[in-house]
Design a protein around this ligand. Structure first.
Ligand code: NAP
Length: 364
């Protein structure tokens, strides 16, 4: 890998992407961001990267779109050191066709580009790929994408999650058959920066805190064993950057802090930071799922049925990523501190007397 060649990154302007650009450029790695509107987006991205401790001047951009044939790239790319694929449509209630076009076809086009370039692909999937019982329940065949009834998976899991699962299975298959060097990073739900708690409004954890702050969480979904595994965005960004640049990297890196408390504990810590009473009663998942089938209620409760899949009782084996993190000198920041910082950041976003957080109703 030539250190002078840029690392191409899709989704650079997103919540995780900005932090990854900061980590890479801080380590003096040139970065080429594939952006839909480079003229408009690059100056803001450079400024964001600078403010995150990176080096915005090491960032260049190329126009590209995951929805276009051949990524809509109009100019030949320089030789690349690696490709990081973060770009995706990230929202609840995504129609199958558009989720598939961006998240599956777009991911395969990026894999082909990495293959042409003989560059390592760091592909960002999600931690649900490690919940094998969940995948089996959805009827997903891990080895052969053609054996799965994807329509059925989209019906049960919703457009976002189904397209992320399909993309991972298809990209793995492509990498196996084409001998592409693939590293799959599987993030848990992403929490704010461990220092200043920065968290975008459309992120699922922001919405959970918003629901709590607005008194929409009278009960805790599930049981005392249910949890929403988290990872701090700054640690995740370091991990993704190292996955692209380290010599020896495991094929999959589960980015999940096993010390994340149960959902009750998480809501308790966030409630304390908000100065509110935490919810104490539990609402069994089947009852919550049934309630959310009533038209209008998901919007009223600001909770989409497909979001409930991420709250579960499964525990995960993080030994491979723990060993890689130790090798790279990385460690999870204390998760209680991350939850508190994220909640404080949420509070800072609220305009006194205003309704600044009304927009999460639209997001994922
Ligand atoms: N956040 C989480 O909790 C979480 C957990 C597990 C996995 N992930 C995965 O991590 C990745 C990044 O997530 P995020 O939270 O950073 O999401 P995000 O803030 O919504 O960022 C999404 C990025 O994708 C880009 N994008 C969307 N459609 C595109 C298209 N057609 N062509 C080119 N770029 C396009 C967006 O560009 P614009 O700025 O132009 O819209 C943006 O840069 C996604 O693959 C997501 O599935 C996230």
């Amino acid at each position: 890998m030539d250190h002078h060649n840029p690392i191409l990154i899709t989704g650079a302007s997103g919540f995780i992407g900005r932090q990854v650009c900061a980590q890479l450029t801080r380590a003096r790695r040139p970065v080429l961001a594939m952006l839909r509107q480079p003229q408009q987006q690059l100056p803001a991205l450079r400024a964001a990267v600078d403010s995150l401790g990176g080096e915005g001047s090491l960032l260049q951009a190329v126009a590209g779109d995951l929805d276009q044939p051949d990524l809509g790239l109009s100019e030949p790319l320089p030789a690349l050191a690696a490709v990081i694929h973060l770009g995706a449509r990230f929202a609840w209630q995504l129609p199958m066709a558009s989720a598939r076009r961006t998240n599956v076809d777009g991911a395969l086009a990026v894999a082909q580009l990495a293959h042409q370039q003989q560059a390592r692909l760091v592909f960002i999937s999600g931690f649900m790929l490690e919940n094998l019982a969940h995948l089996a329940r959805l009827g997903i065949h891990l080895d052969d994408p053609e054996q799965t009834d994807w329509q059925n998976v989209y019906r049960h899991a919703g457009g976002y999650e189904a397209s992320k699962l399909e993309a991972a299975i298809r990209v793995r298959h492509y990498a196996r058959t084409q001998s592409l060097a693939l590293v799959e990073v599987q993030p848990a739900t992403v929490a704010g920066d461990s220092g200043n708690g920065q968290l975008d409004q459309q992120q699922p954890l922001y919405q959970l805190i918003d629901n709590l702050a607005r008194g929409r969480m009278a009960a805790i979904p599930g049981t005392p064993e249910h949890w929403l595994p988290l990872v701090a965005v700054d640690l995740l960004a370091r991990l993704i950057a190292r996955a692209a640049t380290a010599d020896q990297v495991p094929a999959t890196l589960l980015a999940l802090d096993p010390a994340t408390p149960s959902l009750k504990g998480l809501l308790g810590e966030a409630a304390t930071a908000l100065g509110r009473k935490p919810p104490r009663r539990f609402l069994p998942m089947p009852i919550l799922a049934a309630l959310l089938r009533i038209p209008g209620l998901p919007r009223l409760m600001n909770t989409w049925p497909e979001a409930l899949h991420f709250i579960q009782t499964t525990r995960f084996d993080t030994r491979a990523s723990d060993a890689f993190m130790a090798q790279e000198g990385l460690a999870h920041p204390p998760i209680g501190q991350v939850i508190a910082a994220s909640t404080r950041f949420y509070q800072q976003q609220q305009v006194p007397g205003g309704d600044a957080a009304a927009s999460p109703l639209q997001g994922p």
